[in-house]
Design a protein around this ligand. Structure first.
Ligand code: BGP
Length: 480
């Protein structure tokens, strides 16, 4: 239980069992959308195609031009936190390579570049004095996108809180609402003339539960006492960030993202259905429902019952914000089984290999494209959800370079099967407007370090050489 390897493994701690029959992506593809129907035009001319990235995972330059340390700088430098002992100090060195990397994106015929701004680069003390060199860097990135007819999408927070703020309690300290507001004002005022598409938080369930509940991501804290205030303050910032962007940016398209999955029971037993309800509440409901005025899903998630202690008068109204869109981030599904002895979630996860799954990623995640369809359907059913984008989807593989080429056929099949499910949802009338894959480049994959490779572009981390993988070329041709 201590040896948790990646984000998904917190399922194991909380209690998840994955099982059931694997769907062969090719079969799914054949049954739902014929290969010949899977074309760019089938999604419509206005459909957006691009990639998502995150500052700490690509930028490097971790102490350059006035940037201070984030919780991920601190966390990755501590012994044995990161599986391969690496850090994001250099990562893809996007800080220096941004122009050629955006050229690469352009060459793939994509028109959205989603990136996050590093709070510790623009406000090294977390609040107060602004680091102009940090502000200028993101102007350069945005201008480069605009010159190439690429829409820049900004995520305000992709997990890299300034360490100076963590030293004051970080997300557990209610003052984070003021700190975050100051940061959100700065970023939206600085770039609002040029950037119209905004994401407030990236996957709040992940950074709260994994960082402050289970302790395998930065800042490495454990326990419900850390977790509950963190959840409430993140949910408050989610709504407040939306309001701030709306006040500073005309015609903004404002969203936030969730790591969401289709959750299924292992057996048709009532106790497994209860485990499904709990897991579903944690993954899929915890942050969207307060934003829609539905409150926290306390009755489905008993560990939340003491969250009230952190809720002040008027907070329930302040948790609400009418987002223009919700970003769906889906990689796989979860299949759950009740195991009574595990606290909170009552379950256990079994690696897909043990239950005979044939196709799974280097993260050990099953290829299960229907999960994307089910998740899109699920979120579109909420009254108050306007439109959806798939803001992350992709798979890690052990890519090899042979004769300057990376033949990642499995990833191409993954994309085809997931795109087919997205088209199925769209054809059924679900308002999904775009698809951003994870990711442009192989990058620093949090706890896993550099081993899992998610990029459409291979990165040699010793030389910083880039090689477009076959999957990148596949997208280039698909989007021609
Ligand atoms: C998402 C994160 C990304 C990226 C991706 C891959 O949850 O938003 O930053 O890391 O997952 O998954 P993982 O980081 O667990 O490998």
């Amino acid at each position: 239980m201590i040896n948790i390897l990646n984000r998904k493994e917190f399922l194991r701690l909380l209690g998840i069992i994955a099982s059931g029959t694997l769907s062969n992506p090719q079969q799914v593809l054949a049954s739902i959308v014929k290969q010949s129907e899977l074309s760019k035009s089938a999604f419509g001319n206005d459909f957006l195609w691009g990639v998502s990235t995150a500052a700490y995972q690509i930028e490097g330059a971790s102490q350059e031009d006035g940037k201070s340390r984030s919780i991920w700088d601190t966390f990755s430098q501590k012994h044995r936190h990161i599986k391969d002992g690496s850090t994001g100090d250099i990562a893809c060195d996007f800080y220096h390579n941004y122009a050629s990397d955006i050229d690469l994106l352009k060459s793939l015929n994509m028109n959205v570049f989603r990136f996050s701004t590093a709070w510790s680069r623009v406000l090294p003390q977390g609040t107060g004095s602004v680091n102009q060199k940090g502000i200028d860097f993101y102007h350069r990135v945005i201008d480069k996108c605009l010159e190439n007819n690429i829409h820049p999408w900004i995520s305000l927070y992709h997990w890299d809180l300034p360490q100076v703020l963590q030293d004051k309690g970080g997300w557990m300290n209610r003052e984070v609402i003021d700190w975050f507001s100051e940061y959100a004002h700065l970023i939206s005022k600085s770039y609002g003339d040029k950037v119209k598409d905004w994401i407030v938080l990236n996957e709040p369930t992940a950074f709260t539960v994994v960082g402050y509940g289970v302790g395998v991501h930065a800042p490495g804290l454990r326990g419900v006492n850390h977790l509950l205030p963190t959840i409430h303050h993140a949910a408050m910032c989610q709504a407040e960030g939306g309001r701030i962007i709306r006040s500073n940016v005309s015609n903004a398209n404002i969203g936030t993202t969730f790591s969401c999955s289709h959750v299924m029971p292992l057996r048709s037993l009532e106790k497994d259905h209860i485990a499904v309800e709990r897991w579903d509440a944690l993954l899929n409901r915890l942050f969207i429902e307060p934003s829609l005025g539905l409150g926290y899903p306390i009755s489905s998630l008993p560990f939340l019952r003491n969250i009230d202690k952190h809720i002040k008068e008027d907070d329930m109204e302040k948790l609400v914000f009418d987002f223009d869109f919700i970003g769906i981030q889906n990689y796989t599904r979860e299949v759950v089984k009740n195991i009574g002895i595990i606290p909170y979630m009552h379950g256990l996860e079994i690696h897909p290999a043990k239950r005979g799954a044939k196709d799974f990623s280097d993260m050990g995640w099953e290829f299960y494209p229907e999960s994307l369809y089910e998740t899109l359907k699920r979120f579109s059913n909420y009254k108050g959800v306007k439109k959806l984008y798939v803001t992350e989807n992709g798979c890690a593989l052990q890519d090899q370079v042979v004769d300057n080429r990376v033949e990642d056929t499995q990833r191409i099949n993954y994309f085809k099967s997931y795109l087919a499910q997205m088209l199925r949802a769209k054809n059924e009338g679900i308002d999904v407007r775009g698809y951003l894959c994870w990711s442009l480049l192989d990058n620093f994959e949090w706890r896993e370090g550099y081993r899992p490779r998610y990029g459409l572009v291979y990165v040699d981390f010793k030389t910083q050489e880039r090689i477009i993988k076959d999957s990148g070329y596949w997208f280039r041709d698909f989007l021609k």
